[in-house]
Every structure is written in C-alpha cells, then in structure tokens.
Write a protein that binds this ligand. Structure first.
Ligand code: TYD
Ligand code: MG
Length: 453
C-alpha cells in the first residue's frame, strides 16, 4: 500500500525538500519551507493516477483524452496550442514589445469568457482603466473577464483563490514580483520564483496559466533559460514591424506539435485571423513578373504558397552582396554555385537579393528550386508563367530531390488556380484536377522547361 507521505515545499521557488529547513537549499529564501499534504509533483499534469500506481498506456491515454481542453475561439491560437489550453498547463507567450501579445491574450480571454469560463487577467504593465479601454476596442468587455492591475504575486494568488477563475493570465513575468523573494522585478531569481509558484498553482489547482514574456534584442525570452524548461509550452509571437502580419509558433509544446503556424493581421480593432494565408501572401503578386517564382512550403500540417522574389545587379565592388529576407543565406550561396556549375548561368559576380514575400521565414529545402528559378529568371530577364509554381530540393550535383507531402502542396496549388507545377521525378508527369505536374530531374532541365530555353 502506498505510504501517505507529506511534502515539504518552498513557497518561494516551489522546490521540494526532504524535510524542514530554515533556509531553502534551492533558492536560499528563509522561512519559506512548509509542510503540505501529498499532492501531485509540480512540473507534471496530474492526469495520471496516484504516484506509484501502475496503469496501462491505453488507459492513461484515455485519461489524457478526457482532459478537456479549453478553446479560446481563436482558431489560429487554439491550433498552435495543439487544440486549445490543457487544464493545468502553463503557457509562456514570448515576443518583442508592441508586437501584440497583450492584444492576443485579451482577445483569447474574451473568447474563453464567451464559452462560459471566468478569466483573471493580471497586468503589471497597465492600469485597469488602460486594459479596460483596450478591451472595449477589442469588443472584449465580458462580464466574466476580471481585470487586475498588480505587480505583486501574492495578491494575485489571493484573487485566484477568491474568484476561482478557469484561466489566469500574467502580463508580464518581468513586471510581477514575489514579496517572499529579494530582488527587483524581472531579475533572474524573481522570474524563477514567480514562475515556479505559477507552475505549482497550475498543477495543484488545475488552472491553466498564460504568461507573457518579453524577449531581448537577440530574440531570447528575457530571464533564465530555466523558465522555458519550467513551462509546458512556449509560444513565439513575431512579425515585421512595418507589416501588419503577425505569426504565432510553438517553440516547445508538451501537448502538441511545434510545427504549427498561426497567422494574424493587426488591424485597427485587434488581431484578425488569416485562415487562408496562401491567398493573402499571393494577393499582391504581379502577373508574369521577372525574378518571381511561387512555391509551396509546409508549415506544420498546413501547406502554404509563397512568392520568392530575386533581383540581380552588377556588383560595383569586388565582393558581391548576398541579401536574403526570409531565406537562408548559406543555402542561397549553395544554389548560386549549383546554378553556375549545372545550370550554365554565371551569377557569382553579381549582387543577389532574395525576398520571401509576406514576412515569412522558410528553412525548408523544398523551396530550393523556386529560389533558383527566381534567380535564373532575373538573370535571363525572362518571367515564369504566373500560373506555374516550383517545388523541389536541389542537390550539389544539380539533381532535384523529392519533398515530403507533395500531394498536400499540390492540392493547395490547385485550390488557388495554378495550372502547372515543376517538381522532381516521382510518379511520372500527368494532370491532376487541372494541375499539370511536369517532372524535371535536374536543375538544367528545370531551367529549360521553365524558360523554354
Ligand atoms: P500590444 O498588445 O500592447 O503589444 P505587446 O503586449 O506585445 O507589447 O500591442 C501594441 C501595438 O498594437 C500597438 O502599437 C498598437 C497596436 N494595436 C493595433 O494596431 N490595434 C489594436 O486594436 C490594438 C489593441 C493594438
Ligand atoms: Mg503588453
């Protein structure tokens, strides 16, 4: 029979100790170790049966399925989470200042309220009046959306106890501090201490917690790396400052894929979901333009059509420039070398600019062929047909290689009215519901077909 153990937990950092200590051996805080009745260990969702009990994987799975996710009604947000918020989970939303983190969470909170949940939104950055004004603009003035302006953690936890919300939002981890801990808000020990207490709250009270985290200039979430290990999911929200497009990705997700991409547009009244990003990204594409080629990449489960643009110019100096926006510069260098050796186009002495429109960054090799054809188009000063797209990985010997889930990509191209796709050999050329698949085995062959050389 399982022994009924009690636990000794530090109220400052959430660490468990073997017994009572005057000073916590983990965070160094004094008089913070207290005895607690046996509860699920923090850091794990208590979907599992009691500690020590053995269950079949099939049953455990059924249990996990039964844990109902809370959906925010913002499809793009729920999908990136893996189908909504898991009870008891802690999600960290990181992004540069002004990108729209508070806006996104406020809209998500309103959605949760509309499906009957109570949400507590604690802000250490803005006053209640400011948050309420924004909520008004976002049509998010819901009865069950409780706003709290507070920079101390303890009163926030008291309000959670009092109002029992279904979800807690902390905006942001850098501005909320714990009184049980020394140091200014935002310093490493404060962040660690606040985060671990929020994790404990989520795991013991089953309240999902959404935490906003600012990122530093180099794109890291400010604070200890440990923060990312402590939470269940880390979402990154970013986008171009000049553009209204915003992208949401999971960089860590214990309860879902990290491949999904959510796309939004920042408008005068909040974030609008872009459920059909291919259409949006191709909307401004000029017809039959020189130096342009469309490709289909995969973002999680979703195929996405993108336009690749290239511009070549005589280099004034001895060392030609390579400028990539959204594409990988080292991959471009390789493609230029392949183009010279296997495509008979000498471009190495020219300045090359490559841009992926829509502010998307792509690392998939499946876009190689389109980058190469866009460069070739600019060099030859001949356009590709605007109804043609290209998909394929380019190898160093000038061969074209197959890409994963080609059918899904082709289906997206069909849906948007493309007539022809240049792709590596697989089943033989043919026509699929109006989309002609033209198989090309090498870079030279692809250029010949694309520009009727
Ligand atoms: P915000 O959510 O405050 O960003 P963060 O919390 O990431 O710092 O969003 C700030 C920007 O978004 C601000 O510059 C104004 C703009 N915005 C809109 O364009 N429309 C809106 O409806 C809202 C609420 C904000
Ligand atoms: Mg904010």
């Amino acid at each position: 029979m399982a022994k009924n153990r009690s636990r000794w937990v530090c109220s400052a950092c959430g660490a468990e100790t073997r017994g009572w200590f005057g000073q916590c051996p983990h965070c160094g805080a004094w008089n913070t170790i207290a005895e607690q009745a046996s509860a699920p260990a923090p850091g794990r969702v208590s979907l599992a049966p009691a500690e020590g009990q053995v269950v079949s994987a099939a049953d455990a799975q059924a249990d996990a399925e039964a844990a109902r996710r809370l959906t925010t009604g913002i499809g793009e947000f729920d999908r990136v989470l893996g189908g909504g918020l898991v009870p008891g989970s802690v999600v960290l939303l990181g992004g540069p200042p002004g990108i729209g983190k508070s806006t996104l969470l406020l809209q998500a909170c309103a959605g949760l309220c509309r499906s009957g949940h109570r949400v507590l939104y604690a802000s250490g950055e803005e006053s209640v009046a400011q948050v309420a004004a924004r909520a008004g603009r976002l049509q998010a003035r819901e009865e069950e959306l409780l706003l709290l302006a507070q920079t101390r953690l303890e009163p926030v936890l008291e309000r959670v106890d009092e109002h029992r919300p279904a979800v807690l939002v902390i905006d942001s981890i850098q501005t909320i501090y714990s009184e049980a801990q020394d140091g200014l808000p935002g310093n490493v020990t404060q962040i660690r201490s606040v985060a671990s207490r929020l994790v404990s709250l989520a795991k013991t009270a089953h309240v999902p917690v959404l935490i906003v985290g600012h990122v530093t200039k180099d794109g890291q979430i400010a604070g200890p790396r440990l923060l990312e290990h402590m939470v269940d999911a880390v979402l990154a929200f970013d986008g171009d400052e000049e553009r209204a497009t915003r992208m949401l990705r999971a960089t860590k997700n214990r309860f879902g894929s990290t491949q999904e991409l959510g796309v939004f547009e920042m408008t005068g009244d909040g974030l609008r979901e872009i459920a059909n990003p291919s259409e949006a990204f191709l909307a401004e594409r000029p017809g039959d333009a020189i130096g342009s080629c469309v490709t289909a990449c995969l973002e999680g489960s979703r195929p996405l059509l993108l336009e690749i643009q290239a511009l070549l110019g005589q280099s004034p100096g001895g060392s030609p420039r390579r400028t990539c926006v959204g594409a990988d510069p080292s991959r471009l260098a390789m493609l230029l070398a392949v183009l010279e050796r296997h495509g008979d186009l000498f471009v190495l002495d020219q300045d090359v600019f490559v841009n992926i429109t829509g502010g998307i960054r792509v690392t998939e090799p499946a876009v190689d062929l389109a980058v190469l054809l866009a460069v070739a188009s600019s060099h030859l000063r001949k356009p590709l047909s605007s109804q043609t797209l290209a998909v394929g990985e380019v190898g160093l010997t000038g061969e074209l290689r197959r890409v994963p889930r080609a059918e899904a990509r082709f289906a997206e191209a069909q849906r948007l009215g493309f007539r022809q796709v240049l792709c590596p050999p697989s089943r033989g050329s043919g026509t699929l519901k109006g989309l002609k698949t033209v198989e090309v085995g090498s870079v030279a062959q692809a250029i010949d077909v694309a520009f009727a050389r």
